[in-house]
Design a protein around this ligand. Structure first.
Ligand code: GUN
Ligand code: FE
Length: 456
């Protein structure tokens, strides 16, 4: 099951997928065993001779593979605070809850505990790839890189860059910020020289916490070393107002980043709630990406991003949990909230067009995310040449929160015959999973062709 195009859910019942020793999909076959394409692949690649088979056909439609979730915006150090935000809004939340927990992770023992748990928790929820923000601390950020690598999760690792923040939690000036950023990049190179699984991401937290000189230096590093960038953009009206006062020569928040060369093809901009038409146009012109964070935007009452408007403009857009602005580390929960928030927008605009469907939300959580991460050639759907990077979902485990009823469910025969009523019942099942499912339905997780989590 995958979403090769936004809005389209493709189901290939009883498919056989060949994966080679590098974790790359070599064929997708259906019908009788050993089609020509399959035998050709088997003859062509000797590694396929030592074949190991994972067979889920006996469970009918209740087990399926779906691409791994891609979380395009998550703060690993804030994981202990999931669900803790009271009635705060962005500024009070940052001061009261967020900076204290981030400061505590200067202690490597605490960092190791939190980061091991956040990586295991997200993997257990089927997230195969995260764009992480860490803290300002080099040792702790390096620990996050070690944890993702150890557990086999694909990750962008970002040390939060903030050389002009409040004095109790800030880089000690530009030199310190640059030195710390370089140290983290070197560490990641030392454990994964070719960035096969983990890669640094330059993370100017936002325009009021990072000096103009630091932003320009980060943009230069991104250009020279091919390292992606992530930042927060237009999250609350108060924030936009405050930041614009600091840059009187810029008309918009987006223009501030652009004038510091931070809008690139590999830039991921979190939130983007209060953009003007001109700002969205500029983001698209620079081919930068947007991370939509519906859970966080609801928890912190930041606002409702106009997701349909963003999609219709042709932006690259994915979903982010934004833990712990968002209370849940689950991308399934976030996909659910993207659907719900779009309905709140639709209630205001009185336009059904603003509603995001379950299939669109699943696209944003997988292939949309792969585009945001600049890896749509490798990840996000099941195509020959892409990585086998996915989750095995089981709707029928003893502890599953999804209730199945035979009279509601499709038959494999009906699906194989392409019977429209059975296809529509399979869609119902997917909808049930998106709204009622959770990590108990994730049985296995594969990254780079390797099973990194097996709960059976
Ligand atoms: N803006 C600056 N830092 C943060 C953060 O940690 N979370 C969110 N949601 N917004 C931010
Ligand atoms: Fe954030």
């Amino acid at each position: 099951v995958h979403t090769p195009k936004i809005g389209d859910l493709e189901v290939i019942p009883n498919a056989r997928v060949g994966v080679d020793s590098r974790g790359i999909i070599t064929y997708v076959a259906t019908g009788p065993l050993l089609t020509t394409i399959e035998s050709e692949a088997l003859n062509h690649d000797p590694s396929l001779q030592s074949i190991s088979v994972v067979d889920i056909t006996t469970s009918g439609f209740r087990k399926f593979f779906i691409p791994g979730f891609i979380d395009t915006h998550i703060h690993a150090p804030q994981f202990p605070n999931c669900g803790v935000f009271g009635n705060s809004t962005l500024f009070s939340w940052l001061t009261k809850y967020t900076y204290p927990v981030e400061m505590a992770l200067e202690d490597p023992i605490k960092a190791k505990d939190v980061y091991n748990r956040v990586v295991q928790k997200t993997l257990s929820n089927g997230t195969t790839f995260c764009a992480y923000y860490a803290t300002i601390h080099t040792t702790a950020t390096n620990i996050l890189a070690d944890c993702a690598f150890k557990h086999g999760q694909r990750a962008y690792i970002g040390r939060s860059c903030m050389d002009c923040a409040k004095k109790e939690y800030t880089d000690q000036g530009l030199e310190d910020g640059i030195h710390s950023t370089k140290t983290v990049i070197e560490h990641i190179k030392s454990i994964d020289a070719d960035y096969k699984l983990i890669k640094p991401i330059l993370s100017p937290r936002n325009a009021n916490k990072c000096s103009p000189e630091f932003m320009l230096w980060l943009a230069e590093q991104s250009r020279e070393q091919g390292i992606p960038i992530q930042a927060h953009l237009s999250e609350t009206e108060d924030e936009v107002e405050q930041i614009l006062k600091m840059f009187p020569h810029c008309k918009t928040y987006t223009e501030i980043y652009d004038s510091h060369k931070l809008l690139t093809e590999s830039s991921i901009l979190g939130h983007c709630i209060f953009l003007s038409n001109e700002e969205l146009k500029l983001i698209n012109k620079r081919k930068s990406s947007i991370s939509h964070c519906p859970t966080s935007n609801s928890c912190l009452t930041s606002g409702e991003a106009r997701l349909r408007w963003i999609i219709d403009s042709g932006s690259k857009v994915g979903l982010g949990t934004d833990v712990s602005g968002g209370f849940s580390p689950s991308m399934l929960t976030t996909a659910r909230h993207a659907v719900l928030v779009s309905r709140h927008v639709a209630m205001k605009t009185k336009s059904d067009h603003d509603k995001i469907s379950v299939n669109e939300s699943l696209y944003l959580a997988t292939l949309g995310g792969a585009k945001v991460m600049g890896m749509e050639q490798e990840l996000g759907s099941f195509e020959v040449g892409k990585k086998w990077e996915c989750q095995l979902i089981d709707l029928d485990t003893k502890e599953s929160p999804v209730d199945l009823f035979d009279f509601l469910n499709p038959s494999v025969e009906g699906l194989l015959a392409g019977d429209p009523s059975h296809i529509s019942r399979f869609q119902d099942l997917i909808d049930k999973w998106v709204f009622n499912g959770d990590d108990r339905n994730v049985r296995r997780v594969y990254v780079n062709g390797r099973c990194v989590l097996d709960k059976d």
